[in-house]
Design a protein around this ligand. Structure first.
Ligand code: GAL
Length: 412
């Protein structure tokens, strides 16, 4: 954005005495793994270069832990300067309560509607025509990660998809390798949903989550998938589940597990470990079955502040996060796709290239779960899938019936 445009937005938005002064801005997020920390450091560096100061408010333990803390701080009158959330319904109540800064003027001045893609991400930030957050990346959840050396050392071909991995599982186990690593909590939900998408197809998945199609959710196709999951769970027993997603990815990096199913942010961990995509490891979108991606990601919101210096710094941060250089530096380390197409991606690795190619085919792009269904229902689904994957005695039909009941009860 041209300097005068930014200045115009600032002049129109904040009282002048604060203009030109450096401000400390506390920014909360849940980026604490190796890859995540490397990526967020790029944001902090760029914001500090504006003369302000990024006060890092990292919350350990990923989104499930951080989200309630972030939301209750804002609700409770102790807001941070800016915060990460996912694009979707998480901030709806905060916006309705009038607690979030409207950044429409900046978004309009910088033409985000045309510069940022796909449109779904800015749409998720927009309520009643007003923009309340800035999207910083596109993350997709449908990836399988495999360590090539694990397979070649055993004289096996690295699997091309989840079905080949399942076929390889007995041989891997015999060799003392965990076929599929898994972390507790939301990663179980992510894995199950990825398998549903891979086996039942995007259309059916969206019909269930978005349109709440109970006939499909309770029908024979989904029943088959719950049976498949019941056969996978022998390879991911409860006592082998690790607490955090990045530990499960770490087992693949260390060669103790052959594969993990996780979002593209796992790519950041492989990069920190100096492993090369397509040589040392493979990233298989759509679990290698059909290349698809969903429009997950991260956005930053700016709780309202009575201090004009904070408001000014918030706008400067929002502006900085979508500049070309910052988009490239951050997303290369994060494993996500940049929000803008007009950037230099010559340094993109194999995984980012695969993601960008899918993004060009809009029929393979579908909404993130929190863009389709509320967080409470998602948590119930995660709990159900966790119980099912951890308890070999739970029948596939029981799990499916409970799944249908949650979908049916979810608010529209
Ligand atoms: C997601 C977030 C990603 C990633 C992941 C694990 O919610 O969008 O950026 O870091 O959590 O922490």
């Amino acid at each position: 954005m041209k300097a005068f445009t930014m200045a115009a937005v600032l002049a129109a938005t904040v009282a002048l005495p604060s203009v030109g002064m450096a401000t400390d801005l506390e920014v909360t997020h849940w980026w604490t793994s190796g890859g995540e920390a490397a990526a967020v450091a790029e944001f902090a560096k760029a914001f500090d270069a504006t003369g302000n100061h990024w006060v890092d408010g990292a919350i350990a333990g990923s989104g499930d832990v951080a989200r309630p803390i972030i939301i209750s701080r804002i609700m409770g009158g102790n807001p941070m300067g800016a915060t990460q959330l996912n694009p979707g319904k998480d901030a709806d109540d905060l916006i309705a309560a009038g607690l979030m800064q409207d950044i429409t003027d900046l978004a309009t001045a910088e033409d985000w509607a045309h510069i940022l893609r796909p449109a779904s991400q800015l749409e998720s930030c927009t309520k009643d025509g007003k923009v309340y957050c800035v999207p910083v990346n596109l993350h997709s959840a449908q990836w399988m990660w495999t360590n090539r050396k694990v397979f070649t050392d055993l004289g096996m071909e690295p699997p091309k998809d989840i079905n080949e991995l399942i076929a390889d599982a007995p041989a891997l186990e015999k060799a003392g390798i965990q076929p599929l690593s898994l972390a507790q909590g939301w990663p179980v939900g992510l894995m199950v949903n990825d398998i549903l998408v891979a086996q039942a197809g995007v259309d059916n998945f969206v019909k269930v989550y978005k349109d709440r199609d109970l006939t499909i959710a309770g029908g024979p196709e989904f029943a088959k998938i719950f049976e498949t999951l019941a056969s996978i769970r022998q390879y991911t027993p409860a006592d082998k589940m690790v607490p955090q997603w990045n530990e499960a990815v770490g087992l693949v990096i260390q060669g103790k597990a052959a594969a993990n199913i996780m979002g593209d942010w796992a790519g950041g961990e492989f990069q920190v470990a100096k492993m090369v995509a397509g040589t040392d490891y493979d990233c298989l979108p759509g679990l290698g079955v059909t290349p698809v991606l969903n429009t997950g990601g991260d956005v930053f919101y700016f709780p309202k502040s009575a201090d004009p210096a904070i408001t000014k710094a918030q706008l400067e941060l929002a502006h900085t996060l979508v500049t070309k250089e910052v988009q490239v530096a951050f997303n290369l380390k994060k494993g996500s796709l940049p929000m803008r197409a007009d950037v230099d991606l010559s340094a993109a690795n194999d995984c980012m290239k695969k993601g960008l190619e899918i993004l060009d085919h809009s029929s393979a792009v579908f909404p993130n779960d929190i863009q389709m269904i509320d967080r409470d229902s998602l948590n119930q689904i995660n709990d159900l899938f966790t119980e099912f994957m951890a308890n070999p005695d739970m029948a596939a039909a029981d799990a499916q019936a409970k799944f249908v009941a949650i979908i049916e009860a979810a608010p529209k």
